[in-house]
Design a protein around this ligand. Structure first.
Ligand code: SF4
Ligand code: SF4
Length: 506
């Protein structure tokens, strides 16, 4: 990498962001330590004055790392941009030895004993004791795996509750941060999307305690009970969602989620793409890929095509897309609009270009004419097979729901006279929290904030109350000794027994 001193204004952005501290300022001009520099390109990307000249120069003994798309050039005795790979006498080594599970298990923490992982009874149908200073409505003891076990249950009203809705689709539903409405009332917001899925947060204490609290509580409860719900994103789409089913977005049902981002799709299908066309573009709102520049394209022996894309480059062959209602969730409706330029010195008339997206739903094949324009031609058999290979590798588009609640408050008093001991027991895996018998993930740190997959909870187990709060079936299971030690309400404990004639009811 080089600095054009005439353009450098000494802002220091490159100094601030260089991952290996290879840049410093001297007399208000950036200077790069060429020994340390890995050619990662961060300085080039953050310089707002075009003062960094992107030039990958390999010096003697330097090794190119292929472990990620950055392809650092690492000099002997130096580290790559991610601080993982080290050039030791011309050989790249991972600078940390491979760790066994034994070596890290103290950090991972203990598993709860098998006997307490599931409750003796669930809280579904248990009812609630109010106020919480009374013992919980169900405290039973029994034996499991030769261990005396106690389960304490209650249907807890939780004001600190919400539901994360995961919608597996690349179809744009709305801007991150946009309000999610039922009718005209706000019940949630669009949160950052996850790999291949749009995410909505519904509910939460601030909305539950706001002026629309009742509809918020009802919406969280309906979704948790896997009922169909109509939502609208402010400035975005109309959604019909039901946990466990496919979503309907603006009246259309997306049939599949993407196979991966555009770059992952290139990595997965590069050998097939190479057989199909001279150049392939996979449109995606996250990362759009260009085969001839992409590491996977180079790996399968693709030649440069002279095609340039209008999106901003991340690393060679990987471009940050945009969001819209076009192909791959981008704004591109006419696929040729993604091409900014065709370099006539490199492009070859007759060359074929396939443009598709990460679901293989849309695909078009083009041929470069003598006048260097691309003209659409019929999809070849190879192109049809390639698109089919992508689409058949995609999972169906589904809606999933994760209920999130907090039970680190007053409800603990129904379990024990010393609530802090219950919190400590949960975090130390001496007490297991389940919801309707389903396992939970308890968030680290203070409190008892948990996540549960609502599809593992019997449908119809969640309720709401005009407090407003949602009502969630909560169970704590632990060894009897542990329950006695934490000051549990042992005086009201009853032996667990299945009601005569019924396999299912206690
Ligand atoms: S290319 Fe990367 S390592 Fe080299 S100076 Fe720029 S930011 Fe630092
Ligand atoms: S894995 Fe690390 S060292 Fe290797 S190319 Fe990527 S950033 Fe550089």
């Amino acid at each position: 990498m080089k600095i054009d001193a005439d353009k450098c204004i000494g802002c220091g952005f490159c100094v601030r962001d260089c991952p290996v501290e290879a840049v410093h300022l001297r007399k208000k001009k950036a200077v790069i330590d060429q020994e340390k520099c890995t050619s990662c390109g961060v300085c080039f990307r953050v310089c707002e004055n075009g003062a960094v000249v992107f030039e990958r120069v390999s010096s003697e003994g330097a090794v190119q790392c292929d472990a990620c798309p950055i392809n650092c050039l690492i000099n002997p005795g130096y580290m790559g941009a991610c601080q993982r790979y080290f050039n030791e006498h011309g050989k790249l080594i991972r600078n940390m030895p491979l760790q066994t599970y034994e070596a890290v298990k103290n950090v991972v923490g203990p598993d709860p004993p098998e006997a307490i992982r599931r409750p003796l009874i669930t809280a579904i149908g248990a009812g609630t004791t109010y106020p919480d200073c009374k013992p919980a409505p169900g405290i039973v003891h029994g034996r499991r795996n030769e261990v005396d076990v106690v389960t304490v249950v209650t249907e807890a009203p939780l004001s600190y509750s919400s539901l994360m809705l995961k919608i597996d689709t690349d179809v744009q539903v709305g801007e991150e941060g946009a309000d999610v409405l039922v009718g005209k009332r706000k019940v949630g917001m669009v949160i950052t999307e996850q790999y291949g899925s749009k995410m909505l947060s519904i509910g939460g204490v601030n909305l539950l305690t706001g002026k629309n609290g009742f509809v918020v509580a009802r919406t969280v409860t309906d979704l948790a009970n896997r009922k169909p719900v109509r939502l609208r994103v402010e400035g975005g789409s109309k959604l019909e969602v039901q946990v466990g089913r496919g979503p309907i977005i603006d009246g259309k049902r997306p049939d599949s989620m993407r196979v991966g981002c555009g770059s992952a799709t290139m990595g997965l299908f590069a050998p097939l793409f190479k057989e199909t066309a001279d150049e392939v573009i996979v449109l995606d709102s996250h990362l759009t890929s260009l085969m001839s520049e992409h590491a996977a394209g180079r790996f399968v022996g693709t030649n440069p095509s002279g095609i340039h894309l209008k999106f901003r480059m991340s690393t060679p062959g990987r471009y940050f897309g945009d969001h819209g209602h076009g192909w791959g969730g981008t704004s591109i409706v006419n696929p040729l609009d993604v091409i900014s330029e065709i370099d006539k010195n490199i492009a070859r008339p007759g060359m074929r270009v396939l443009i598709t997206e990460t679901t293989g739903r849309n695909g078009a094949l083009f041929e470069l004419k003598e006048d260097y324009t691309l003209r659409e031609i019929d999809l070849s058999i190879d192109a049809v097979n390639t698109l089919e290979a992508i689409s058949s590798s995609c999972e169906p588009s589904l809606v999933a729901g994760v209920y999130m609640g907090g039970t680190g408050g007053s409800a603990r008093a129904g379990v024990t006279r010393y609530p802090i001991k219950l919190t400590a027991a949960v975090h130390a895996s001496r007490a297991c929290l389940t919801v309707g018998g389903a396992p939970t993930y308890v968030l680290p740190g203070g409190g008892i904030n948990f996540l549960v997959d609502v599809e593992q909870v019997k449908a119809g187990s969640f309720f709401w109350t005009p407090t407003p709060a949602t009502i969630c079936p909560i169970e704590y299971t632990m060894e009897r000794d542990a329950y006695e030690r934490m000051g549990g309400h042992v005086e009201v404990m009853k032996p667990f027994a299945v009601r005569p004639g019924s396999k299912n009811q206690a």
